[in-house]
Design a protein around this ligand. Structure first.
Ligand SMILES: Cc1cc2nc3c(=O)[nH]c(=O)nc-3n(C[C@H](O)[C@H](O)[C@H](O)COP(=O)(O)OP(=O)(O)OC[C@H]3O[C@@H](n4cnc5c(N)ncnc54)[C@H](O)[C@@H]3O)c2cc1C
Length: 338
C-alpha cells in the first residue's frame, strides 16, 4: 500500500502543474496515468503542433510544454505510475483507498482527478473472439519487441505506428502489413521505406484488406483477410498487432460516486472539490459555469485544488499564502540555492 497525501489521476498538463502546486505547499503526491508516457493529450494527440496561448510562452509544441512541466516538478521527485489505470476509489474512515488495473493500492487523504476526457484506450479489432488472444498473441502496443523475433507478425493499420513497427520488426521477423485502404496516413518517408522493403521481400503488403477471421485455439495458427471486393486470403501468422488509433473513454471514473453531467464532473469553483469530500476535479474533466477547456484554465484549477487538499492532509496546520519569489519554504522545497 503506497501512502501519500494526494493521488493525482492523469499526467496531462493539468495534473502535472497540480503536482507543482502540491509540491510548493509541502504535500507529497503520486501520479497514475493509463498512458505509457507523461503529457496527456499534448503528447498523445499533438506533440509537434504549436500552442500559442500558454501565458508568457509565445509558442511551444505539445512536447515542449510537457518537457517544461516535467522540468518544473523535478525537485519534487514525484513517482509516476504509467500504463496503469485507476479502477476503484473507496472511502475508508478519513482516507481514500485506490486500486489500479495493475493491482497497486494507494492510501491518501485527497484525490485530484485530472483525467481529461477519460482514459485513452486503443481501438481494437471488432472481430468477435479476438479478446481471448489479447496480450498473448494480439497486441495494440509493443512493450517487448523481442517476442516477435523469428516469428511471423501481421500488422494492421495505416498510420505512423503501423508503418514504423513494420519497418522495425522486418529486421528480425517476417512481417505482413495489412491496411483497409490503398493510402496510408503515416509519414510519406516511412511509407516509401515500407515500399522499398516490400520490393526486397522483407514486408508483404496487403491493401484494401481487413481481418475476417482468426484460426486457432490457444495460439493463432492463421488468419483470413478479406479484400474490399470480396476475395479472401489465408495467411499463417504467430502474432497480430493492431494500430487503429486511440479512443477516449470516461472509463471507471463513472463508478466512483461522483456527480456527473454528461461526461464531466461538476465542481465548486472555490477549490474544485466535487460532491465527494476530498476528491477534486480539474482540467478538461471538470465542469462549472464559464469553464474554458484550455490548458491555462487547468493550471489555475490545479493551484486551487492543491490548496483544497491541504486541509485534508494537514488538518492541524494553517496554510499561509506566500509568493514563490520570497517564500523561504518554497525555495527550500524547490532546492533553490541562494
Ligand atoms: C489537437 C489539439 C490541439 C489543442 N490545442 C490547444 C491549444 O492550443 N491551447 C490549449 O490551451 N489547449 C489546447 N488543446 C486542449 C488541451 O490539450 C486540453 O485542454 C488539455 O490537454 C487538458 O489537460 P488535462 O490534463 O485536463 O487532460 P488530458 O491532457 O486529457 O490528460 C488526462 C490524462 O488522464 C489519464 N486518465 C484518465 N482517466 C484515467 C484513469 N482512470 N486512470 C489513469 N489515468 C487516467 C489519460 O490517460 C490522460 O493522459 C488542444 C487539444 C487538441 C486535441
Amino acid at each position: 500500500m503506497i501512502d501519500t497525501d494526494v493521488l493525482v489521476i492523469g499526467a496531462g498538463p493539468t495534473g502535472l502543474f497540480c503536482v507543482h502546486q502540491l509540491g510548493i505547499i509541502g504535500l507529497k503526491c503520486e501520479v497514475v496515468d493509463n498512458l505509457d508516457k507523461i503529457g496527456g493529450q499534448c503528447i498523445e494527440l499533438y506533440p509537434d503542433k504549436p500552442i500559442y496561448d500558454i501565458p508568457a510562452i509565445p509558442v511551444c509544441t505539445g512536447e515542449e510544454l510537457t518537457n517544461n512541466l516535467i522540468k518544473q516538478i523535478k525537485p519534487f521527485k514525484t513517482n509516476f505510475h504509467l500504463s496503469d489505470r485507476v479502477e476503484e476509489v473507496k472511502k475508508n474512515e478519513n482516507n481514500w483507498i485506490i486500486k489500479t488495473s495493475k493491482g497497486k493500492e494507494f492510501k491518501t487523504t485527497s484525490i485530484v482527478v485530472a483525467g481529461g476526457v477519460g482514459s485513452f484506450e486503443p481501438r481494437k479489432f471488432s472481430l468477435k473472439g479476438c479478446e481471448k488472444f489479447e496480450e498473448k498473441k494480439i497486441f495494440y502496443s509493443v512493450k517487448n519487441k523481442t517476442i516477435f523475433e523469428n516469428k511471423t507478425v501481421s500488422i494492421f493499420g495505416g498510420g505512423d505506428s503501423a508503418l514504423d513497427w513494420a519497418i522495425e520488426l522486418s529486421a528480425n521477423s517476417k512481417v505482413h502489413l495489412i491496411h483497409r485502404r490503398d493510402e496510408f496516413r503515416g509519414a510519406q518517408a516511412s511509407f516509401d521505406k515500407v515500399k522499398k522493403l516490400s520490393k526486397k521481400g522483407k514486408i508483404e503488403l496487403f491493401t484494401k484488406y481487413q481481418l475476417s477471421s482468426v484460426k486457432g485455439d490457444k495460439k493463432i495458427e492463421s488468419i483470413d483477410i478479406k479484400h474490399d471486393e470480396g476475395g479472401i486470403k489465408n495467411i499463417e501468422t504467430d502474432y497480430l498487432l493492431g494500430f487503429f488509433g486511440l479512443i477516449m473513454k470516461l472509463g471507471p471514473i463513472a463508478n466512483w460516486g461522483l456527480n456527473l453531467d454528461k461526461k464531466h464532473i461538476p465542481v465548486n469553483t472555490e477549490n474544485f472539490e466535487t460532491n465527494q469530500k476530498g476528491i477534486f476535479a480539474i482540467g478538461d474533466i471538470c465542469m462549472y459555469l464559464g469553464k474554458l477547456k484550455l490548458i491555462l484554465s487547468g493550471f489555475h484549477e490545479g493551484a486551487l485544488a492543491a490548496r483544497g487538499c491541504f486541509k485534508y492532509a494537514k488538518p492541524d496546520e494553517k496554510l499561509r499564502f506566500e509568493f514563490s519569489t520570497t517564500s523561504k519554504s518554497v525555495h527550500e522545497r524547490l532546492g533553490v540555492k541562494k
